[in-house]
Design a protein around this ligand. Structure first.
Ligand code: SF4
Length: 242
C-alpha cells in the first residue's frame, strides 16, 4: 500500500517532532547570517550567481574560509560572470586558495560564469525566475555543481522551501533518528521536508548546522548538555551501553 490514511498518523508524529526540535533549537542558537556564507551573500547581494560562487567555495570547507575566499576573489578579480569567464583558472585558484580544493573550485566557477554568459543572464536572475525544476535541470549539468549547491541557492534566495543536506544536517538528523544512515541525498531531503513545517525549512537547515557545529559535533558530541537528548536515538543507545 502506498499513500492513504495509514501513513497520515506517522506523518503527523514526524511533523510534531519537527516542530518540537525547531522550537528547542531556536531557544539555544541565535542565527547570525555572517556565519553562513551563502546566506550572507544572498542577503547582502541578492545575486543568484554570487550565491552559487559562494556555495561552491563552501564545499568541503568551513564557512569562515569560504567567506575569506569569496572576499578575496571579489577583491582580486570580481565575482562577476564577465570577469570570471575571462580569468585564467590558476588566477581564480590563487584568489580562493584558503577555501581548499582551489583548482577544482576555480574550474567550476569558470564553468558557471561561461554558462551564465551563454544564457545571456550574468546574474542568473532569469534562470531563477523560471522555477526550481529549470534551475535544477540547468545547473546539475555543470560539472562540480551537485544537488546540495542547487538547494542552497533555491532556499537561501527564498525560491523553494527546502532543506539542503550538508554534512552537519545529515549527521544530526541521523543521530536523532529522523533519517536512516546511508540514505541518499534525495531521501534525506524528502524526509526532512516531512519533518519540518512549511515555511521553516531553510531556518531548520541553518539551525541543524549551528547545532552540528557547536553541540552535536562529529567527534565527542556534547549530549549531556544537548536540548534534544530526550528525543535522540543516538543518546538513548549510548545510555543503554553504560
Ligand atoms: S543528544 Fe547528542 S547525538 Fe543527540 S542530537 Fe544531541 S548532541 Fe547530537
Amino acid at each position: 500500500m502506498s499513500g492513504g490514511d495509514s501513513e497520515d498518523p506517522i506523518r503527523e508524529v514526524r511533523r510534531r517532532l519537527g516542530a518540537e526540535i525547531l522550537a528547542r533549537l531556536r531557544g539555544v542558537h541565535r542565527l547570525n547570517v555572517e556565519e553562513f556564507v551563502s546566506s550572507y551573500v544572498s542577503t547582502t547581494t541578492g545575486s543568484p550567481f554570487r550565491v552559487l560562487v559562494a556555495t561552491v567555495l563552501s564545499q568541503n570547507s568551513t564557512d569562515r574560509a569560504a567567506m575569506k575566499a569569496y572576499v578575496e576573489l571579489d577583491r582580486r578579480i570580481g565575482v562577476v560572470a564577465e570577469k570570471l569567464a575571462e580569468a585564467d583558472v590558476r588566477r581564480i585558484a590563487r584568489a580562493i586558495k584558503v577555501a581548499g580544493l582551489s583548482e577544482q573550485k576555480a574550474r567550476t566557477i569558470r564553468r558557471l560564469a561561461t554558462l551564465s554568459l551563454k544564457l545571456r543572464d550574468p546574474e542568473l536572475r532569469g534562470l531563477l525566475a523560471k522555477g526550481p525544476e529549470a534551475v535544477r535541470e540547468t545547473l546539475l549539468e555543470v560539472k562540480g555543481i551537485g544537488p546540495k549547491t542547487v538547494d542552497v541557492l533555491l532556499s537561501s534566495t527564498g525560491s523553494l522551501d527546502t532543506i539542503p543536506v550538508d554534512t552537519h544536517v545529515r549527521r544530526v538528523s541521523e543521530r536523532l533518528g529522523l533519517v536512516e544512515e546511508g540514505s541518499s541525498y534525495e531521501e534525506v531531503r524528502s524526509r526532512l521536508e516531512e519533518v519540518f513545517p512549511e515555511g521553516s525549512r531553510y531556518e531548520a537547515h541553518l539551525l541543524l548546522i549551528a547545532h552540528g557545529r557547536s553541540v552535536c559535533r562529529s567527534r565527542r558530541p556534547l549530549c549531556e548538555s544537548c536540548v534534544l537528548s530526550d528525543l535522540c536515538d543516538f543518546y538513548r543507545s549510548s545510555r543503554r551501553g553504560m
